[in-house]
Design a protein around this ligand. Sequence first.
Ligand code: SF4
Length: 242
Amino acid sequence: MATSGRGTGTVGYNVQTAVDSQHHLIVAHEVTNVGHDRGQLFNMAKQAREATGIKELKVVADRGYFKGEEILACHKEGITTYLPKPMTSPNQAKGFFPRDAFRYFPESNEYSCPAGQLLIWRYETIEKGMKLHTYWSSACASCAMKEKCTTGKQRRIRRWEHEDVLESAQSRLDWNPEVMRLRRQTVEHPFGTLKAWMGATHFATKRFRNVGTEMSLHVLAYNLKRVIKILGVNEIMRATRA
Ligand code: SF4
């Protein structure tokens, strides 16, 4: 599996799981050999919805899953997402005002900046299939705060045409920060349990397909034990016979 470092890799797989927060059952899982989670949000959310039959599904994920197109795909399917943005603002790293310091006004399609100036719409471009709008202010050249803002002629802000969907996801999280704790204690718990059962070792099989099967057996065992705990053996036997 390729990892984030260029030319590096690890002998292993990336196991995706979706766990329901009420019963702590693994409702969907998938073994991938992609070393990051960015393209998995919609895939896993869709599988979780199919498995649970819940129409108005709420999904919580960590920032590794943050990708505009994935959040938009969930939104279009009526799946409500909660996930934080990655903390990778190149401007902030350089000591410039972060992007969040610029406020968007949908009515006028403008941004305001920390100096109180308005950044107006200038043009749109298509990049990697995404329509992006660009804004800047004409006041940058004479701004006393410019050195905290940009080294260019003006500070430019770019906005994806579906940015409002990402802003809604962010504001849901701002209003419900406790969901991230719920995420940790829900989805990480089965991994800990499975690792404890497996012991300090690797998958017993090799190759993608075999590891997928091995993982499915682990998940089946986990879910069976959970269901026995929730319903009891007698109820399961009764339900199996019915
Ligand atoms: S440099 Fe431009 S965008 Fe930045 S604070 Fe000044 S006026 Fe606003």
